[in-house]
Design a protein around this ligand. Sequence first.
Ligand SMILES: Cc1ncc(COP(=O)(O)O)c(C=O)c1O
Length: 404
Amino acid sequence: MKLTIKRIGERETAYVKEVLDSDFRGPRNTNMLKRVEEAFSKRMGVEYSIGHVNGTATLHSALYAAGVRAGDEVIVPPLTMAATTMAVLQQDAVPVFADVVEETFQIDPKSIEKLITPRTKAIITVALYGLSPDMDPIMELAKKHNLVVIEDDAQCFLGEYKGRMVGSIGHFSSFSFQSSKHLTAGEGGMVCTNSLDAADLVRRFSVLGYASVSAKSGKITKDDIQNPNYERHASMGYNYRMPDLCAAIVLGQVERIDELVQRRIDVANLFLDVMKGCDWLIPQYTPKEYKNTYWGLAVRIVSPTISWADFRTKFMELGGDGIYATWKLTYQEPMFQMMNFAGKEDVIKATYKGELQEWKLGLCPVAERVQQQILAFKTNYWEWDRAEKQADILKQTIAYFNAK
Ligand SMILES: Cc1ncc(COP(=O)(O)O)c(C=O)c1O
């Protein structure tokens, strides 16, 4: 193992230079978008990848291509970053929250099943902290009820579920290259799918509905537009295309994906070793036949005497870098508590024929309990000695509380 790895390396710099040297002129086009999409598809084992500006736009495009429209229901987990659910509102659809599994923190297929109605159109699964949800029963439910499954894999690159690559199981998958993610260009996103029709829809939606773009081509040529009778826009769309500079960095990162993902797994293992035998810190459970890629190392603190805040304070006092809380449950966020659907109230009231879930305490009891317990440690240490130092501080923190 290399002790220090660079987060942004020479390849990324070289590809960025290629784009800059092109002067952004058509004839010198570097085809960066096409190159990164092909490289990503190859690595993920999917047919089509469509570059986006971020990992929220990706979800919006996927929901559109999945046929989700105003008034439809989309089942989502509440324990995730709110972007997962905001994308549902962007499509004027209604989010329905399913509970999670206590040990893995992932959406619970049994809870999903209870929430399916004739209005349900899609399920968004989230591979939280780099671990896949239990996808087989979810895909079975989807088949039985004719639903579309969108994997939100913003936090999971090269994860595995029963021998399959996370991102290749659902009908769509969505990735983010925001600055905290395994691969990054500061921002950026990718939608993957194996369906040509779906990929065409995602592409067109993400490139202003241009008639000439398609699954494998996101660029508009001069021949297309140098024609007075050319009809450009076949459908409504957004300007979500991944910029070339972003594509250049992501291409370099995709070529280094093993090294970047492995570093997070190695750091997580270092911390997990230190926690062995501590019965009040319970790590996210990784079932057999799953590969957790540890976007962060999430642990539940379950002690009647040591509070979340006490633990963090001591860890910081001893020189710890910081511990993150997990997100507030999405339905507990003010914008959901107001029940105004982020200003979409009118369209949702006019189109939704179901009975709205009450977004109150008690809706998802497991998620509500677990949310209060999760401590998430950073795993993105590029200098190994810094990670070792943090593991030692964690060891000292545990010893301090055990000795009390
Ligand atoms: C689970 C999840 N979904 C969606 C997003 C949104 O991605 P982006 O910030 O690229 O829009 C993020 C993180 O940023 C995330 O963690």
